[in-house]
Design a protein around this ligand. Structure first.
Ligand SMILES: CC/C=C\C/C=C\C/C=C\C/C=C\C/C=C\C/C=C\CCCCC(=O)SCCNC(=O)CCNC(=O)[C@H](O)C(C)(C)COP(=O)(O)OP(=O)(O)OC[C@H]1O[C@@H](n2cnc3c(N)ncnc32)[C@H](O)[C@@H]1OP(=O)(O)O
Ligand code: FAD
Length: 556
């Protein structure tokens, strides 16, 4: 995050000064924004940067215990520099959060500089090798030119020039949220690879006396656990491509001072980061548990994969907060649509009349047609967004202010943002396959994946579709069955579909997911390397177990 921030927030002179040092690994930096007391509420950050016109320096301080920077990756022991987000004060006025480059450690002996107290925050659930750290600043001075001044400036006499948009400071977070969508796709693809390969190797139970034990991948319940997740990994792959394209386009516009789509990008990246990381987080556990006891072994790769992925739901914007950010924009779009304004691409459906036609019993509608089903996802999203928006309006009519009305409707706002993200993902998956140049055989296999993703997505949220009369109960049941009927067809290509992710064994780090499927021999070999097996009799025997046993044996 250090380098992307410099690339996005530096003037050209600052780029020339800082970026070569980063690219050549002459300095190593981190992004120090979160504090002990604040991670989400950025306007509440307490670190201060007071401008001293006499020396043309900023004086940085951590004025309270809660203002100590806390969590930044590699801050504890590795980074020589940091981008520090601090409240800017100049000529007696506070101008809000701004980014400053701060050197933390000497480039000669790596010792912390004067006014800098840094250290590691201690063991975490995962990311063991990463020294997430703390930073306490005490009257630490930096040159005026260390404030990143692409968008806002402080002149030598202390005069402040404000940015065209205050939220341009938040650009790096948007970029990383887009990466996290990619990270979700990768993590779910890894977990699917491990679970499906192992399920092809593992044989268990005797269905009928005398018959060989079947591969557990042959059980419909195992397929129902894993194949929708496999399809989701493919869906997220195409979504991250689409998300990155939108990000790149909007970022190019921003670089040309066109800020018209910055809100749409913030809303979409926030919703997709939250949606994909939540779904992946839950999916990793389903994959682990589908591997039985061996899934719980470190040898499986799942414990580390989960422990390292799960903070994706928290960092770079806690998921609930980001869903609320997305929903806040959607509510604004409903208002704009109602006042006749044209809405941008990813939200234009909110101005369409997608009112559901009650399907009744036998609707005769083609429930296996993906384009038709995507229109139902659209209906669901539109209904949820309009419902939440109306709830906000009712709150205001009841005398609440906008903040109060948004807060009171927040549970429904999160549901609306989830439905919006889900519609975007399902639509993008189906549309991406139409554009894919692939053999008819491959198209057929990918269509099966898109179908099971779309069917299962409705099955798992059928309440939304039934409550709004988008589907009847019997139609929902039919779609649920369509998903189950696809499973044996996907079974045929399941191992090939995970092999297609092409994870090398060294990257997958899983004995269960080995490409050669030679699991048992390698599990036994892996166990031999356990530290506890260095000696046949563990030293602790002589200190504890031996004396205990001998003492009790003498009583026999
Ligand atoms: C470099 C790698 C290259 C290649 C990698 C290749 C492939 C990737 C594959 C795998 C990678 C794996 C993983 C992903 C990669 C990296 C992940 C690893 C590590 C990540 C470490 C995490 C680091 C951090 O956590 S940094 C700290 C993150 N902190 C946050 O996100 C804070 C969250 N909180 C907020 O953002 C705030 O709540 C808020 C700013 C959203 C709201 O603040 P506030 O209370 O002020 O109020 P509002 O009134 O709601 O908002 C004010 C208005 O501002 C608008 N807004 C807010 N944010 C933005 C934004 N970002 N952009 C645009 N606009 C924004 C908001 O909409 C309001 O506008 P309005 O018009 O007034 O409504
Ligand atoms: C592994 C890891 C790496 C990290 N790396 C970095 C880094 O490199 N740099 C950095 O600056 N930070 C980093 N962070 C910090 C991270 O960005 C914050 O933890 C994150 O932004 C969440 O903020 P918080 O911890 O204050 O959670 P909080 O906001 O306190 O969240 C706690 C709960 O409060 C709820 N909540 C908060 N606000 C609202 C609201 N307005 N409405 C409804 N509910 C709300 C949340 O939904 C959540 O359930 C990292 C964190 C982790 C775990």
């Amino acid at each position: 995050m250090f380098i992307p921030t410099l690339e996005r927030q530096c003037t050209s002179e600052q780029r020339e000064k800082f970026l070569p040092l980063c690219y050549d690994y002459r300095i190593i930096g981190t992004y120090a924004q979160t504090e002990l007391g604040h991670g989400t509420f950025l306007r509440g950050l307490e670190t201060t940067a007071h401008y001293d016109p006499n020396t043309q320096e900023f004086i940085l301080n951590s004025p309270t215990i809660s203002s100590i920077k806390w969590w930044p990756g590699a801050l504890g022991k590795t980074s020589t520099h940091a981008v520090v987000l601090a409240q800017l004060y100049t000529l007696g006025k506070c101008h809000g959060i701004h980014p400053f480059v701060v050197q933390l450690r000497s480039l000669d002996d790596h010792k912390p500089l004067r006014g800098i107290t840094v250290g590691d925050i201690g063991p975490k659930m995962g990311f063991g090798p990463n020294d997430n750290g703390y930073l306490k600043l005490h009257k630490h001075r930096i040159p005026r030119t260390n404030m990143l001044m692409k968008y806002s400036q402080v002149s030598p006499d202390g005069t402040y020039t404000k940015p065209p948009r205050s939220t341009l400071t938040y650009g790096t977070m948007t970029f990383v949220r887009v990466l996290i969508v990619h990270g979700s796709a990768i993590a779910l693809a890894k977990a699917s690879t491990i679970a499906i390969r192992y399920s092809a190797v593992r044989r268990q139970s005797e269905l009928r006396p005398g018959e060989p034990e079947p591969q557990i991948l042959s059980y419909p319940t195992q397929q129902h656990k894993l194949f929708p997740l496999l399809a989701t990994a493919y869906a997220f792959h195409f979504v991250q491509l689409a998300m990155m394209k939108i990000y790149t386009d909007v970022n190019d516009q921003i670089n040309n001072s066109n800020f018209s789509r910055i809100q749409e990008l913030h809303a979409l990246s926030s919703g997709l980061k939250a949606f994909t990381s939540w779904v992946t987080n839950a999916g990793l556990e389903v994959c682990r548990m589908s591997c039985g006891g061996h899934g719980y072994s470190q040898a499986s790769g799942f414990p580390r994969l989960y422990a390292d992925f799960t903070p994706s739901c928290t960092y770079e914007g806690e998921n609930t907060v980001l869903m609320l950010q997305s929903a806040r924009y959607l509510v604004k779009c409903v208002r704009d649509a109602r006042s006749g304004k044209t809405l941008p691409g990813t939200v234009s459906y909110l101005s369409e009349d997608v009112s559901a036609v009650h399907s009744g019993g036998s609707s005769g509608r083609d429930l296996s047609n993906l384009d038709f089903l995507i229109s139902l996802y659209k209906q669901r999203a539109s209904n949820q967004v309009h419902f939440a928006s109306d709830k906000v309006d009712r709150g205001i009519s009841a005398g609440m202010d906008l903040v109060g009305a948004l807060n009171s409707a927040s549970v429904h706002l999160v549901s609306a943002a989830k439905a919006h993200s889900h519609y975007f993902i399902a639509k993008t998956f189906v549309e991406s396959l139409k554009l894919l140049k692939a053999s008819s055989e491959l198209q057929n296999v990918l269509h099966q994946l898109a179908s099971v993703y779309v069917f299962e997505g409705i099955a798992q949220s059928s309440g939304d579709f039934i409550e709004d009369y988008i589907l009847s109960g019997s139609e929902a049941k039919t779609i649920r069955q369509l998903a189950v009927d696809l499973l044996p067809l996907i079974r045929v290509n399941a191992v090939s579909l995970v092999d297609a992710f092409s994870f090398r064994d060294e990257v997958l780090q899983s004995v269960l997911g080995r490409y050669d499927g030679n699991v048992y021999e390698n599990l036994f070999k892996w166990a031999q390397n356990s530290p506890l097996n260095k000696t046949d009799v563990h030293p602790s025997y002589h200190k504890y177990l031996g004396p205990l046993l001998k003492r009790n044996q003498s009583k026999l």
